[in-house]
Write a protein that binds this ligand. Structure first.
Ligand code: CO
Length: 211
């Protein structure tokens, strides 16, 4: 319990600190949230969305799961995406993976882990489609598949009914693919941003060229 007590104490100190530097901060947040960004990232405890990009509470809407995956049947992820795009009107959807991702490593290891194997199936399918990855040294193979997974999830976001409908009605929303380095704290833009269906189709061609 002492660990949890420490967390509550840290929370009190944090709230006091925020109020001391900006007395109206929490009062402003009560009115409404107006984040410009939706972050779709990995659940990994080393990749906290707000801290990495220096954003305060209220500035980024966040969805995280193991492996930063976007399944077309994941009601949770789709609901977050729909709410962010249609209600909050975010301008940017950022899929952010990270190097050394345990989810991707699990696929490369091929060792059964239980229920989560089903969740990771799409990464496994991606890996099977890229036999050239096996020619790389183990560390590079992991990082290459981590990047490849981000590209695939950017495509998946673009292919949701949410993004298709948003673009069809002319909404200004762009999907981006980033990857975070746990070793240096830096984000790298994978340059696969899609601001409409044309970009998504071009990305598909680029994607195939990489395979
Ligand atoms: Co991860």
């Amino acid at each position: 319990m002492s660990g949890l007590h420490d967390l509550i104490a840290a929370n009190r100190a944090w709230a006091e600190g925020v109020k001391a530097s900006d007395p109206e901060f929490f009062a402003r947040l009560c009115d409404q949230q107006q984040p410009e960004y939706l972050w779709i990232g990995c659940s990994d405890s080393r990749v906290p969305a707000n801290q990495i990009v220096g954003l305060l509470p209220g500035e980024i809407f966040v969805h995280r799961n193991v492996g930063n995956l976007v399944h077309q049947t994941d009601l949770n992820c789709l609901a977050v995406l729909q709410f962010a795009v249609e209600v909050l009107q975010v301008r940017h959807v950022i899929v952010c993976g990270h190097y050394g991702c345990g989810a991707v490593q699990a696929v490369l290891d091929g060792r059964p882990l239980g229920l989560i194997d089903n969740w990771l199936r799409n990464i496994e399918i991606l890996y099977r489609r890229c036999p050239q990855l096996d020619e790389l040294p183990a560390g590079e193979r992991l990082d290459a598949l981590c990047e490849h997974n981000v590209r695939a999830q950017v495509q998946a976001v673009c292919d949701t009914t949410v993004l298709r409908a948003a673009w069809a009605r002319g909404q200004d929303v762009t999907v981006h693919g980033w990857i975070y380095g746990i070793a240096n704290g830096l984000v790298k833009d994978l340059a696969v941003s899609c601001a409409g269906p044309e970009d998504r189709n071009r990305l598909c061609v680029q994607h195939l060229a990489l395979e």
